[in-house]
Design a protein around this ligand. Structure first.
Ligand code: SF4
Length: 315
């Protein structure tokens, strides 16, 4: 009988003894001459055993009788000698042999199990979020929020910001950095919104996300990250914004090459994210990037997705 999607085949790791879905386990096969070899794709015929792709499980497997029983014979030490040395390469081959969509789906599930499933909080004002996201460029959340509060306190409404001298706007948003450049961009955006829609208000949620992106990407200071954040936060659209944390994690997890820009990463990742999971994965990548997979010194032994990560260290 075919397995249902919600009921994946389970196997026991010969290292730690835990039962896991087979897609999370490496397969070991008995090769010619009674030597054990890794089977990266899990498709080689013959007798096999399953193993979590962690050095600790390999170490433990090599000392366990269960490992030997899995092959129904006593393996000589020579039969497993080559395993530790070849393990890093075998682990990498195992990770890259998984289809990227499957890896993203498992990572999404594991992050939800670890951090919880973030849920969209409901509609927000699109113009407010657009300006907030422009302020967030090249700065941290704290400075962005200070600058935004100062801007809202200094001017009674967006009409007043649009009509103010650029210097006054720049002074208000200075904590966010690049104040002169951002003040000009914000005023250009506000005037464009006024001219295009006849009022300083945006109703984006009734339009297809693709059309909104096309329209707003023509504006200076609005990139794909900015408009994706607006669509995701304000409308609950199933779009996957790629900011600096998300970009770094996607590179470390091997979904995009090191040289990719954030824009190219956005285009590569969006088709891989499970339907309806953009918000959850984006928010959980932010949490992972701030707490564990930091730019410097990632804490790989603490990481809930280390088994899927080619860049994992000391796991
Ligand atoms: S294993 Fe390490 S490098 Fe990979 S995602 Fe986790 S913290 Fe980042």
């Amino acid at each position: 009988m075919p397995k249902s999607k919600g009921n994946p085949a389970m196997r026991t790791c010969v290292g730690c003894g835990r039962r896991r879905p087979t897609c999370e386990l490496m397969r070991l096969t008995l090769a010619h001459g009674t030597r054990v070899a890794f089977d990266a794709t899990g498709k080689q015929p013959g007798r096999g055993a399953h193993l979590c792709p962690r050095p600790d499980c390999l170490k433990s497997a090599l000392q366990r009788r269960a490992f030997q029983r899995a092959f129904r014979q006593t393996l000589s030490p020579a039969a497993t000698d080559a395993l530790p040395a070849s393990f890093p390469a075998a682990r990498l081959a195992w990770i890259t042999a998984r289809p990227p969509r499957q890896r993203v789906a498992r990572i999404t599930t594991q992050l939800e199990a670890f951090f919880g499933e973030p849920r969209w909080q409901g509609p927000e004002d699109a113009l407010d979020i657009l300006i907030l996201t422009v302020l967030s460029q090249s700065t941290n959340d704290r400075n962005r929020d200070i600058a935004y509060q100062r801007l809202r306190t200094a001017f009674p409404d967006w009409e007043a910001v649009a009509a103010a001298p650029a210097q006054a706007v720049a002074d208000a948003i200075r904590p966010a950095g690049l104040a002169n450049q951002k003040s000009l961009r914000i005023q250009e955006i506000l005037r464009w919104v006024q001219d295009t829609y006849g009022a300083l208000a945006l109703d984006l949620c009734t339009q297809p996300p693709g059309r909104v992106e096309e329209t707003f990407l023509q504006l200076k200071g609005v990139g794909i990250k900015t408009i994706s954040v607006v669509l995701m936060v304000c409308c609950g659209a199933d779009v996957f914004p790629v900011d600096t944390h998300v970009h770094r994690i996607c590179q470390r997890l091997g979904f995009v090459p090191q040289g990719y820009t954030a824009e190219k990463t956005h285009a590569a990742m969006q088709p891989l994210v499970p339907a309806g999971k953009s918000y959850s994965l984006h928010m959980n990548f932010l949490r992972l990037g701030r707490s564990i997979c930091r730019a410097r010194s990632p804490q790989c032994p603490e990481c809930p997705v280390s088994i899927w990560c080619p860049a994992a260290q000391n796991i």
